[in-house]
Design a protein around this ligand. Structure first.
Ligand SMILES: [Zn+2]
Length: 346
């Protein structure tokens, strides 16, 4: 449940307006007053209109002109808080005539309502946020409005997309990017104005799968492709050189082609440990499953989310393996299942 508690009654964790008169209540900002009033209106099934709104006061009244309900909030300068100074009412407007369409629910208000959920889990699906909104507000809110609200809430939590991109370099230290050699990616890494994508902050390495695919497409020779794989994944320079020499024997053109690829980007033995032994982007394809949902977030949120999610993932796996070891199991369940399947087949 979101918190619209008047600031002076902080112990009230979820304030229900209906239960008490609003007069005298104090809120942190005018925006919070407005959100509290919207919530009240949504719950009570009426709409209000703004009569006055400036730095000093906010006055709203029932949309039905013949109804006397109105509220005046003022800014208490010394304390820098907003106080409900006057309440007139009750409503005399006809509830049946009122539109039960929740028209007071704008995306800014909705963002406010949904922010705490999104803060907890930024990958919350729009569909599920629609259910949350329905549960909290008792109104069916459109998919689009929830989507819009999520954008706003994400911006409130993580900063907007532009700010987030500017913040990104702080999160990158000793990053290694393994990718294919798509021209679009090459352009980004060649652009030296993005200094955080240059060594020593970032090292760019090529995915060996993609390199081998390219060699195979060009020369269609399995032996050659296998040699390229062996050379690039060799752990000793001596082995790399020997295999590279073999490539020259098998196909001179391919050898020339590979010679033009910077060695440190291609071969494990010249990598200086940036790749942690990872030769392909396969590992990221695996993690894609784990990280699904992070994709729509601003870049820094994505990096943060990736960091925490992977930590949680490794922690979970570690605890599971420790538990299995402690219970005297020599093999993990995954491996054991494979053994059993093979045994059954044998
Ligand atoms: Zn009214």
């Amino acid at each position: 449940m979101f918190d619209l508690s008047p600031v002076m009654q902080a112990e009230v964790s979820s304030w229900t307006p209906r239960e008490q008169s609003m007069k005298g209540m104090v809120f942190a900002t005018k925006l919070v007053v407005r959100h509290a009033l919207i919530w009240y209106a949504v719950r009570e099934n009426f709409s209000f209109k703004t009569e006055h709104s400036n730095l000093e006061r906010l006055m709203v009244s029932c949309e039905d002109n013949s109804c006397p309900w109105s509220i005046r909030a003022i800014c208490c300068k010394g304390d820098n808080v907003w106080k409900i100074a006057k309440c007139k009412g009750p409503h005399t407007c006809d509830e049946i005539q009122n539109a039960h369409d929740g028209q007071m629910i704008g995306s800014a208000f909705l963002a406010y309502v949904l922010e705490c959920y999104i803060r907890e889990d930024p990958t919350y699906k729009i569909k599920n946020l629609c259910h949350v909104a329905l549960a909290d507000l008792k109104y069916e809110v459109s998919h689009y409005k929830v989507w819009d609200a999520k954008q706003k809430a994400v911006a409130a939590i993580y900063g907007d997309f532009k700010e987030s991109y500017a913040e990104l370099p702080h999160f990158l230290s000793k990053l290694c990017v393994i990718s294919d050699r798509h021209p679009g990616i090459q352009v980004v890494f060649r652009d030296i104005s993005r200094d955080f994508l240059q060594p020593p902050m970032t090292e760019h390495r090529y995915c060996l799968c993609h390199v081998c695919d390219n060699v195979n497409i060009r020369w269609n020779n399995e032996t050659l492709t296998n040699l390229v794989w062996r050379a690039a994944s060799a752990t000793q320079e001596r082995k790399f050189n020997a295999t590279f020499k073999l490539i020259e024997n098998v196909n001179w053109d391919a050898h020339q082609y590979l010679k033009d690829v910077p060695k440190e980007k291609l071969a494990l033995t010249f990598d200086e440990s940036y790749r942690y032994g990872v030769m392909t982007t396969n590992v990221s394809e695996c993690f894609n499953g784990v990280l699904k949902g992070a994709r729509s977030l601003p870049i820094t949120a994505m990096v943060k989310y990736t960091w925490f999610k992977l930590n949680a993932y490794f922690d979970d796996r570690r605890n599971k393996s420790i538990a299995q070891l402690n219970s005297g199991k020599k093999w993990c369940k995954y491996a054991l299942d494979i053994f059993m399947r093979n045994k059954a087949r044998a």
